[in-house]
Design a protein around this ligand. Structure first.
Ligand code: TRP
Length: 447
């Protein structure tokens, strides 16, 4: 605890592990491949990497510095720096986004959790793993059961406080995930027919790319880095005043990017080798990976089981950061205690999550946005609307209201390589304009 009674990260490595733990999750291994597949492959990846550098990295710094400056949750942060102004709404939007994202995130994490126990089924099914996936998500009871179990884990950890368990776990398990991905890449790229997948993934074909793909890449940048809703404001609020913030941000962005790109090297060669559809949507990873495991002989059971344990843990370290934002708001601003905030909000989010979890069984006829199922629609709404909007408004806030000079002063305290004019330029001009233009296109897309 620091002098103001709020929690504080114990060590530098601990903070990086927690922030990277928030960033690295389903976004890298589940969402990145299926969005890349949906929007055409290589060209999408290229745009994604550019946006990571020119939008993701500066916004990451911005959120962390706002958090460290104010020592507050997103709503409290805007309230502290711009009292009595409508900026507080941006904070609320963030809390809302956290609520919506966690509701379906927990459903997908539940799929991962259930797959820890399914190696027998998918190993037997071989490249026909799609059937196993479809039957497992279309069980009304099963969907709710795994979603419930995952939310319970999440509530338990956030309730206990984030410092100990998560700091330590993340540091050990994330490197293991990395090694396992490397093993899987070797298996995947040596499958017969893998080459076509590699060229889909690596060769930019801009004729397959659209304005909507641009918006999706932007949404993915925010999602994968946990940006645009104040998650990194909240994590930054537990930082020491002399932490090297730009360097930490660089580590987090790099680790996150490496894991996502590696996941693509596992998924796409296998997608083509097994004659699957890269645009298959949210099921892509859960259909492709089991098919890869099934080609590994008896070892597939072990690799598969370990992999889904790690994916579930990665999802958990992300999910707790989502719940932490919502809880921190109720703790700081509404003066609830931690117990009431985590359990109360955890239950509310769990209830909302029942809808996406039933979207493949009881509610499978419900299509919301663009003909997507409930889960895909929640995902689209949060990532293509709320997060880019939140990210754009943070940039406008710092660039045009609070001031980049103050931001630089906060970010550069303790920095080995200081942020400077390029940060200010990106925050003031490039990010607001880029997001706005991409957004205008999205209006047409939504109609
Ligand atoms: N970044 C996480 C992932 O890739 C998900 C996540 C955690 C998130 N916290 C967030 C996304 C805040 C958006 C905002 O799985």
């Amino acid at each position: 605890m620091s002098e103001n009674g709020r929690g504080q990260w114990q060590t530098r490595a601990g903070f990086i592990a927690a922030a990277a733990g928030s960033a690295i999750g389903l976004g890298n291994i589940w969402r990145f491949p299926f969005i890349t597949g949906r929007y055409g492959g290589g060209a999408f990846v290229l745009v994604y990497i550019l946006l990571l550098i020119f939008i993701g990295y500066p916004v990451m710094n911005s959120e962390l510095l706002l958090g460290r400056k104010t020592q507050k949750n997103p709503v409290g942060a805007y309230k502290a720096l711009a009292p009595g102004s409508p900026w507080i709404i941006v904070g609320f939007m963030g809390v809302l986004a956290g609520f919506v994202i966690l509701s379906y995130y927990s459903v997908v994490a539940g799929w991962s959790l259930s797959y820890i126990f399914k190696s027998g089924a998918y190993m037997a099914a071989g490249s026909d793993a799609a059937n196993i996936f479809v039957s497992s998500i279309s069980s009304t009871f099963g969907g709710i059961f795994w979603h419930t179990l995952f939310m319970l884990l999440c509530i338990g950890i956030v309730y206990g406080g984030v410092e100990n368990g998560i700091e330590r776990w993340s540091k050990i398990l994330m490197p293991v995930l990395l090694v396992l991905l490397l093993v899987l890449i070797v298996r995947s790229v040596t499958l017969p027919g893998a080459g076509e997948g590699l060229s889909f993934y690596l060769k930019p074909d801009f004729s397959a790319f659209s304005a909507e793909g641009f918006l999706a890449a932007l949404g993915q940048v925010f999602f994968t880095l946990s940006l645009g809703m104040g998650c990194m404001i909240t994590y930054g609020s537990y930082l020491k005043k002399d932490e090297d913030l730009p360097l930490d941000a660089k580590y987090v962005v790099s680790f996150d990017t490496i894991i996502a790109l590696l996941a693509g090297f596992v998924i796409f060669p296998a997608v083509f080798a097994f004659g699957l559809e890269p645009a298959a949507g949210p099921g892509l990873t859960f259909i492709t990976l089991p098919a890869v495991f099934s080609q590994m002989g008896a070892a597939g059971h072990i690799f598969g089981t370990i992999f889904f344990i790690l994916l579930t843990v990665a999802a958990l370290t992300s999910a707790i950061s989502l719940l932490e934002v919502v809880a921190a708001y109720f703790i700081d601003e509404i003066k609830w205690n931690r117990k009431k905030a985590t359990i109360g909000m955890g239950i509310a989010i769990w209830i909302l999550g029942i809808f996406p979890s039933l979207g493949y069984s009881t509610l499978s006829n419900v299509k919301l946005i663009k003909g997507f199922d409930i889960l895909d629609s929640f995902d689209f709404f949060a990532n293509n609307i709320l997060l880019p909007l939140g990210g754009m408004l943070i940039a406008i806030f710092i660039g045009w209201f609070w001031g980049t000079d103050k931001a630089l002063e906060e970010a550069n305290r303790g920095a080995s390589t200081k942020l400077g004019a390029s940060y200010s330029f990106l925050i003031k001009y490039v990010i607001p304009i880029a997001v706005f233009v991409v957004f205008l296109n999205s209006v047409g897309i939504l109609g």
